[in-house]
Write a protein that binds this ligand. Structure first.
Ligand SMILES: Cc1ncc(C[n+]2csc(CCOP(=O)(O)OP(=O)(O)O)c2C)c(N)n1
Length: 785
């Protein structure tokens, strides 16, 4: 086979790689003397040394080769780095290709710029040591390992011209999220989607241990990767010139293979079959080209190369070793007298938007096309009077989402994600417009599967989350519906996305992207049939802990409110929106105009359920559909027990309205909060989640001491729906008792009310135990004004 690279090109590419490696070491170590124009001294070295050397030379090597590929084939390519701790490598490359200076003009392409580039890295208020939102060309933080491949696939969906090169750390490959991500190839359609080129970076070690994939046989690794449906191409070695030729030749082969797969699929898109996609296993030493030994211990090619291989510069020998190491890259050949990267090498980089640091797909907001939105009023449930009609909220939403899907089919920029639950969550109307993406084998029993599906269903919350993240980060839109209890599986992925959003808001060149939308249904209060394992509303607490300028939490009490909230979320930018709504038939409270008014305010008095005439005995507050039902049922009980009782009902849709305005932009002004909750009356608050959340949100409010919150307290089992609320003291009888107990003028009725409560509870327990369903008075309850 002829060599892929001419001697001249090989030499120049090697020089480019040396430059990236030089800049990497410079960033990790130097605060001054960036071109080593004077002998290296201790004061040129940073006082605190942070950064990951070991992975970076491999990342740098591959980047140089992808640049050649992009130029030769005019490819539209982005680079996702699993071992994101190799941040200095990506910064180095975007600097060498010019992207960095375009984004950050103070980092010029000369000696001064180099000095600032080095000094800012891992420096207080400088740039992070990982690939981060600040890094041009990245959609992937990479600090928390595991999500590179799933992000790469999310980026490739509906981007037919894009190739996402994805470096997977061999340590990263041990994570659960990455292990399942290989299966994404069963959901990628080569006729419609772009390509992902996985490159397993088999450098053999993690921080302190070997990696599993490096210590199984070549055959076993090949079998594993073939088992996942890939064709692995191995590129191995430690002699740079040879590895250059091997990688170049292999990349030519795999790009030809990708184009062949795409051409075949695109010539007959209706009969497209799942191809065996190529991938690369890149096996080079960890810390390649770095110090081979430090203090007599082997470093290059071992786990000792992971971070900062030479430290302790009190030892003058170490200063000399660092200087020799840096000089081994021959910086004078690479940078001219002014410190500028020499043109003959710089010319190897692609131009304009073809540079991976400037590809607009990695700054998705630049490509964002707003969704065409149907008018959500058209999907409203007719509610002639509160509580006059029942509906399944998520089913109503499903029809709306069907038409969102329909109206954006031409733009191919909206997908729905869910772990096998779209139908179970009653969003199945979307199948009328689009099936579920499926590239694996079909059988006669299958329904709604399609190679052109836009509904993404796989039993992996990691994949749903990661695909959606990759999709929105590259400028598209989506919604992830999930069982409330199991969304916790991706807690940490949510964290990373929220952190990404928070940081991007401070980076002017990062354009806003579509929000990441969660619909949590099959929620805690309606998992009576599945039992305790399925009952957990804690995601609210998790989301609420993130920055207020990033997160929004909505608890629509009925279908029309859900429509209003969903419409708002799909139009919003740069947020994580958490919507929690039930799927079971429930009474409907608000007509669509009232729902819109209520959702816009975030919280409000339901006058139709109140009779306080401005001076309530008690405020009955609620957030969440089941707590709203129980609250209204409690109101009817209270009116029956105490005909002259004055009750105000307050419903909260936008949970963050409760927080002070100083804490959250949705927070009500104190006077508006007081106007709802009073300054001195008892507030019985029925909440969907853990009660402490309401206390946390309201602790600065005037009336906080009078807040008495009921919510989930980790009680549950397989039982009836009403027994679920009873077990957690969120039931209507408890709420009514709470109110009576706290209204000063009803002090004398407390004992009677308590006795009545306990006898009702006894009746309830006996009834559900004997009949297996709730008491008729509960099942047949209706709102009466
Ligand atoms: C989920 C997660 N767990 C642990 C870590 C801490 N950590 C940072 S780097 C690293 C080893 C990574 O090894 P590998 O993916 O092979 O990358 P490389 O060897 O190329 O640096 C670990 C465990 C992390 N960043 N993320």
């Amino acid at each position: 086979m002829p060599a892929a690279l001419s001697p001249d090109l090989l030499e120049k590419m090697d020089a480019y790689w040396r430059a990236a490696n030089y800049l990497t070491v410079g960033q990790i170590y130097l605060q001054d003397n960036p071109l080593l124009e004077t002998p290296l001294k201790r004061e040129h070295i940073k006082p605190r040394l942070l950064g990951h050397w070991g992975t970076t030379t491999g990342l740098n090597f591959i980047y140089v080769h992808l640049n050649r590929l992009i130029k030769e084939h005019d490819l539209n390519m982005i680079y996702v780095i699993g071992p994101g701790h190799g941040g200095p490598g990506l910064v180095a490359h975007s600097y060498l290709e010019g992207s960095y200076t375009e984004r950050y003009p103070n980092i010029e392409r000369d000696r001064n710029g180099l000095q600032r580039l080095f000094r800012q890295f891992s420096w207080p208020y400088g740039i992070p040591s990982h690939v981060a939102p600040e890094t041009p060309g990245s959609i992937h933080e990479g600090g928390e390992l595991g999500y590179s491949l799933v992000h790469a696939y999310g980026a490739a969906f509906d981007n037919p011209d894009l190739i996402v090169a994805c470096i997977i750390g061999d340590g990263e490959a041990e994570t659960g999220a990455l292990a399942t991500s290989w299966h994404s190839n069963k959901f990628l359609n080569p006729s419609r989607d772009g390509a992902v080129l996985p490159i397993l970076h088999l450098n053999g070690f993690k921080i302190a241990n070997p990696t599993v994939l490096a210590r199984i046989s070549h055959q076993e690794l090949t079998d594993l990767l073939r088992g996942y449906g890939y064709e692995p191409y191995f590129v191995e070695g430690d002699v740079p010139a040879m590895v250059h030729q091997r990688l170049a030749g292999t990349l030519d082969t795999v790009v030809a293979e990708i184009h062949k797969i795409q051409d075949t699929a695109r010539s007959s898109p209706n009969t497209v079959e799942r191809p065996r996609w190529p991938m690369i296993v890149f096996q080079t030493p960890k810390g390649w080209t770095g110090p081979r030994f430090v203090d007599g211990k082997p470093v290059e090619g071992t786990w000792r190369a992971h971070q900062v291989p030479i430290a302790d510069f009190k030892n003058p020998e170490h200063i000399k070793e660092l200087e020799d190491w840096m000089k081994s890259y021959r910086p004078r050949e690479l940078f001219d007298e002014s410190g500028k990267f020499r043109d003959e090498f710089a010319a190897l980089a692609p131009r304009g938007h073809r540079r991976m640091g400037m590809n607009p797909h990695a700054n998705g907001g630049e490509l964002l096309v707003p969704l065409a939105m149907p008018h959500f009023y058209d999907y409203a449930v007719r509610v002639s009077a509160p509580g006059s009609v029942e509906a399944e909220s998520t089913r109503v939403l499903g029809v709306f989402l069907r038409d969102v899907m329909k109206q954006n089919l031409a733009n191919q920029n909206f997908r729905l994600f869910g772990p096998d639950e779209t139908a179970s969550n009653r969003l199945d109307a979307v199948y009328e417009v689009s099936g579920k993406e499926w590239m694996a084998r079909l059988e006669d029993v299958d329904i709604n599967l399609s190679v052109n599906g836009r509904v993404m269903e796989v039993l992996s919350e990691h994949l749903c989350e990661g695909w959606l993240e990759g999709y929105v980060l590259t400028g598209r839109h989506g919604l992830f519906s999930c069982y409330e209890a199991f969304v916790h599986i991706i807690d940490s992925m949510f964290n990373q996305h929220a952190k990404w959003l928070k940081t991007t808001k401070t980076i002017p060149w990062r354009k806003p992207i579509a929000s990441l939308n969660y619909l949590l249904t099959s929620h805690v209060w309606r998992q009576d049939h599945n039992g305790f394992s399925h009952q957990d509303p804690g995601f609210i607490d998790h989301v609420a802990s993130k920055k207020s300028d990033v997160v929004r939490i909505y608890l629509p009490p009925d279908a029309n409110c859900l429509l209003s909230v969903a419409d708002h979320c799909l139009r919003s930018r740069n947020y994580v929106n958490l919507i929690i709504a039930g799927k079971q038939p429930e009474w409907q409270w608000l007509d669509i105009e009232s729902a819109v008014r209520h959702c816009t305010a975030g919280a409000g008095i339901w006058q139709w359920a109140s009779n306080d005439a401005g001076d309530p005995d008690v405020v009955m507050a609620c957030a969440g559909d089941v707590p709203t039902l129980e609250t209204l049922a409690a109101v009817t009980l209270l009116r029956e027990y105490i005909p002259d009782i004055r009750i105000r009902v307050v419903n909260v849709v936008d949970l963050m309205a409760l927080q002070s305005q100083t804490e959250h932009p949705h927070g009500l002004e104190d006077q508006d909060f007081d106007a709802l909750f009073t300054r001195d009356k008892p507030v019985i608050f029925a909440f969907h989640g853990y009660p402490r959340m309401i206390h946390w949100l309201t602790y600065r409010r005037h009336n906080h001491d009078n807040f008495h919150v009921r919510g989930y307290k980790e009680e549950g089992t397989t039982t009836t729906p009403f027994d679920m609320v009873v077990l957690n003291n969120l039931d209507r009888y408890q709420l009514a008792l709470d109110a009576i107990s706290r209204i000063p003028r009803l002090r004398e009725q407390k004992q009677t009310a308590t006795d009545r409560y306990w006898s009702t509870m006894e009746r309830h327990k006996l009834y559900v135990s004997e009949h297996g369903e709730d008491m008729p008075e509960v099942q047949n309850w209706r709102w009466t004004s």
